[in-house]
Write a protein that binds this ligand. Structure first.
Ligand code: PEP
Length: 248
């Protein structure tokens, strides 16, 4: 399966950051994987124009479940598609925590994304406390069942397993822990989607760097990465992308 490497800029990036995208475009021409950059809303239109003739596509970091209406400050999936986005990250733990997004809301956003023709990157992952209590598999399974709506398929959805305690901390689960969760996600997807569940890409996210990427990409059922901090500079992100080529 072709790996997907997605960069989540979070609330970072000004017009001057488009220079990083220009460098990335030059550095990734020969990449063997699919590359997505998810800048803040304000840069979606400009960056997608800039990347028109490249192998990099643009994604967003959230959308509203409705198409339009009296939702001050929100942005719909249709608007994102109109601005040039092709992907949208949904259910990121930072939104689950600071915006109190529950699985049902995430699922309704995924439906909206699909209606607008966007591919949803649906995030799941346990907290440190949940892992320490031996509940990681249970928590991730519950989030997955609640956040993936009917109509999802390998062509309109990827899953990102992102242990909350690994995001932005420099901590990474062991290879065995990644393998265990990814294989449980694969099993759940097969139960849910039948044969097509085998083709849904399952990304790992949480402190991925050029130095650890190849080892993570070699794990069974790891079909790419969702990258935060290391996606902000073209040099770091290109290092992760080139690690895909080292995995065969
Ligand atoms: C993220 O926030 O999706 C993420 C994976 O962040 P980082 O790579 O910085 O840990």
């Amino acid at each position: 399966m072709r790996k997907l490497i997605a960069g989540n800029w979070k609330m970072n990036g000004l017009a001057s950051s488009l220079a990083e995208i220009a460098v990335l475009k030059g550095a990734t021409g020969m990449a063997t994987c699919e590359i997505v950059v998810c800048p803040p809303f304000t840069l979606i239109e400009k960056s997608s124009q800039q990347l028109k003739d490249s192998n990099i596509t643009i994604g967003a970091q959230d959308c509203h479940p409705q198409t339009s209406g009296a939702y001050t400050g929100d942005v719909s999936a249709e608007m994102l598609a109109d601005a040039g986005a092709r992907y949208v990250i949904l259910g990121h733990s930072e939104r689950r925590v600071s915006h109190h997004e529950a699985d049902a809301l995430v699922a309704s956003k995924v439906v909206a994304a699909h209606k607008a023709g966007l591919t949803a990157i649906v995030c799941v992952g346990e907290t440190r406390g949940e892992r320490d209590d031996g509940r990681a598999l249970h928590v991730v399974g519950t989030q997955l069942r609640g956040s993936v709506p009917a109509g999802s398929s390998s062509s309109n959805m990827a899953i990102a397993y992102e242990p909350v305690w690994a995001i932005g901390t420099g901590l990474v689960p062991t290879i065995e822990q990644i393998e265990e969760i990814h294989s449980s996600i694969r099993k759940a997807l097969e139960e849910r989607l039948g044969e097509d569940g085998r083709n849904v890409r399952i990304l790992y996210g949480g402190s991925v760097k050029a130095a650890n990427a190849a080892e993570i990409f070699a794990v069974a059922n790891v079909d790419g990465a969702l990258v935060g901090g290391a996606s902000l500079t073209a040099a770091d992100f290109a290092g992760i992308i080139s690690a895909v080529g080292q995995v065969g």
